[in-house]
Design a protein around this ligand. Structure first.
Ligand SMILES: [Zn+2]
Length: 105
């Protein structure tokens, strides 16, 4: 199974593809993905058995296209998303935003 970059149409084995996922956003339920080939950054919603591609809309995420990934499952944690296919697991951590420090005017 090969998974595509929608920008440059390069295709990747799951290990390379999911290894390029980063910054799980639990609120919008998407992971960021940076293409190892062209550097395009996308957001992907990982769903049971499929990947959802879409766009941001008023702070939410609307899925437009789906790619089937048979056997894929996901598990949401507070600070990461686990993506698995068969016995393989990829862990995508949440980016923890540094606390904003107030700057006196
Ligand atoms: Zn690409």
């Amino acid at each position: 199974m090969m998974l595509p970059c929608l920008a440059c149409e390069a295709r990747f084995v799951p290990d390379d593809y999911f290894g390029a996922c980063h910054d799980y956003n639990r609120g919008r339920d998407v992971v960021a993905w940076t293409c190892p080939r062209c550097g395009n950054r996308d957001e992907i919603r990982v769903l049971p058995g499929e990947l959802g591609f879409g766009y941001r809309s008023r702070g939410r995420y609307a899925v437009l296209d789906r790619i089937r990934v048979p056997g894929m499952s996901r598990r949401r944690h507070d600070l990461r998303l686990d993506i698995s296919i068969d016995t393989r697991v990829w862990r995508v951590p949440t980016r923890v935003m540094p606390a904003r420090t107030a700057t006196p005017a």
